[in-house]
Design a protein. Structure first.
Length: 267
């Protein structure tokens, strides 16, 4: 028998069963005593029969899956096999080899990107010229290290001496003067901190003034050279420029004349 004939035979059997169930439903309902005496059908069979009758009344053919399959391993909504579990079997999803491998791959990628950034060449747009006194500061820092150690030792020595002196005074005086002594110590410490901050501010101001002085000197030199150049152009013509070059060899010439000669020589 071919598969087509098998399917047609199964369809005919199903139609016969549906007709029988429909005829049973249309018969007169039994009395209450008979209903109590009659055994109730299983719940699963009752649900299937109700679903079949409902589909027949609506004019739709019942699905083969709902008729023959119990639904234990088959999901009629997705028309596929049910999964073995509805929730994850692992309580902590981060404690798996897959998750650890993924995190390790992300860390390796981030490390490679950081190394690539470090291996890149210098960015010319981010370069800044150093200050004129950067080498002096570098040498001064090396020399100041030993002085800083000596300064810290001296401060510690002064603090110890002051604490010992306060202890001696506290032993001589009654207990009423403890609050005042502690207040004096705190005020002295605050005053020392203020003095240190003022010294640092003076050092920073001195550095800024030195830098400003160097910049102003450069500006003055450039301005003087420009003025001398304009005067040389306005006073003498191009033919006399070569003659004025010899003025630079004379040390008794004034600075203004020297600037004029240099300007003419550059022209």
């Amino acid at each position: 028998m071919s598969s087509h004939e098998k399917l047609s035979a199964a369809a005919n059997d199903r139609k016969a069963r549906l007709a029988q169930l429909k005829s049973l439903k249309r018969k007169q309902a039994p009395t209450s005593d008979e209903a109590d005496a009659a055994p109730s059908p299983p719940a699963h069979q009752a649900e299937i029969s109700d679903a079949i009758v409902r589909t027949e009344e609506e004019g739709e053919a019942p699905s083969v899956a709902t008729t023959y399959l119990s639904g234990r391993n088959y999901d009629p909504t997705t028309r596929n096999v049910k999964l073995g579990f509805d929730n994850l079997p692992i309580a902590d999803p981060t404690n798996t080899l897959e998750y650890k491998a993924q995190q390790l791959a992300l860390e390796t990628k981030a490390q490679q990107e950081a190394e690539n950034k470090e291996d890149n060449g210098l960015d010319l747009f981010k370069l800044q010229p150093k200050k004129p006194n950067w080498d002096l500061k570098r040498d001064l820092e090396q020399k100041m290290k030993s002085l800083d150690v000596q300064t810290e030792n001296a401060i510690a020595k002064l603090v110890r001496e002051r604490v010992e002196a306060q202890k001696v005074i506290r032993q001589k005086k009654p207990a009423d003067g403890e609050g005042e002594e502690v207040g004096m110590e705190g005020s002295e410490l605050v005053e020392a901190m203020h003095l240190k901050e003022q010294e640092e501010a003076r050092d920073r101001r001195r550095d800024e003034e030195d830098e400003d002085g160097i910049y102003r000197a450069k500006v003055r030199i450039g301005t003087a050279f420009t003025l001398a150049l304009h005067e040389a152009i306005s006073d003498r013509g191009p033919c006399d420029i070569l003659e004025s070059v010899n003025i630079r060899s004379n040390p008794s010439v004034r600075s203004k004349t020297r600037w004029k000669s240099v300007a003419r020589a550059w022209i």
